[in-house]
Design a protein around this ligand. Structure first.
Ligand code: VAH
Length: 316
């Protein structure tokens, strides 16, 4: 990447922490400014520039872009599916308010690129749930999904109307050991590894055969950077790309853990998040991403389980 100066908004979140680390490794610590609502910087991000920043504060974002000569912004701040259902209007305000403001700022400040994550949560019950296509019926039923689909349409509008280079991915559930998830329906797939090591038992808030598309964070970060580095001429859609890696159920991830921890036990107590999961795809067709910018995942359930348990054990 040429000498880009990058601002990550929402750097303290599950994706943000790992994206800052990856971009700093590629560009150098001082080329990547991490920012989040929190006053204190996330411990893993302490070796580079950090700013306390509210994703909805357009004036502060504009001032920072001008002061630091920012060329790219990654807007990761969002309220996820489960939290969004508890405070729908706040979720809409945060998710949409921050994006619409940044799109305007992107045009005014002539940003080279903006990254804004979408999610498989844009799909609803009227969408084919197996091998969900890139372009299909899209009728989200959660505030999070509605905000992500509306956001994709706004990103496409700014690309066409103002030639603003805005890119995104429809992430599946993401699993990481470095950073904690926050308020998602797929969080069970992270919690289960922690509990397998801590107590040897996990009570899943999704039922045993709830299949969902999932991805190990290393794949998600690589997909993000590969998309952002792809030549614009190769991108055939203005919407966020479907990306997939694997699909599994709570029963299957428990079995993968039992290969390493034979006494591990899982039980099931579905809650309101089951209703959300029931509206999402079971698997994703990501052939457009594979064709346009050579997307290819590297982690399956077994390799992810080995990596998660090894690193969580080491982390203590
Ligand atoms: C959530 N982790 O559960 C997010 C993600 C596909 C799910 O968008 O809300």
């Amino acid at each position: 990447m040429p000498s880009e100066k990058i601002l990550i908004i929402g750097a303290g979140g599950q994706i943000g922490v790992e994206l800052v680390l990856a971009l700093r490794a590629a560009l150098g610590n001082n080329q990547v400014i991490a920012s989040d609502l929190k006053k204190e910087v996330h411990p893993l991000l302490a070796d580079g520039p950090y700013v306390t920043l509210d994703a909805t504060d357009g004036a502060a974002i504009t001032a920072l872009i001008q002061k630091e000569k920012i060329t790219q912004v990654y807007l990761l701040a969002a309220m996820l599916s489960a939290t969004g259902e508890k405070m729908p209007m706040k979720a809409w305000e945060v998710n949409m308010g921050s994006l619409l403001q940044l799109l305007e700022i992107g045009v005014q400040e002539k940003l080279n690129k903006i990254y804004w994550p979408s999610s498989i949560a844009v799909f609803g019950t009227t969408t084919p749930r197996v091998e969900t296509p890139q372009a299909t019926i899209i009728e989200p039923t959660t505030v999070y999904g509605i905000s992500k689909y509306a956001g994709e349409l706004w990103c496409q509008y700014y690309q066409k109307r103002y030639k603003l280079d805005v890119r995104g991915l429809r992430y599946p559930g993401l699993i990481s050991w470095k950073s904690a998830p926050g308020g998602g329906t797929t969080d069970y797939a992270v919690e289960i590894y922690h509990e397998a090591l801590k107590s040897g038992h996990y009570t899943s808030f999704l039922s045993e055969n709830t299949y969902l598309p999932m991805m190990f964070m290393d794949d998600a970060i690589r997909a993000t950077i590969e998309l952002m580095e792809a030549p614009a001429a190769q991108l055939s859609t203005g919407m966020a790309y479907n990306v997939g890696a694997m699909s599994f159920s709570p029963k299957e991830i428990a079995a993968a853990i039992q290969q390493h921890i034979p006494d591990f036990r899982i039980s099931y107590a579905p809650d309101f998040r089951q209703d959300i999961a029931n509206t999402w795809p079971q698997s994703i067709d990501d052939s457009t991403a594979r064709k346009d910018w050579n997307w290819k995942p590297e982690f399956d359930l077994n390799r992810m389980t080995e990596t998660m348990l090894y690193n969580l054990k080491k982390k203590g």
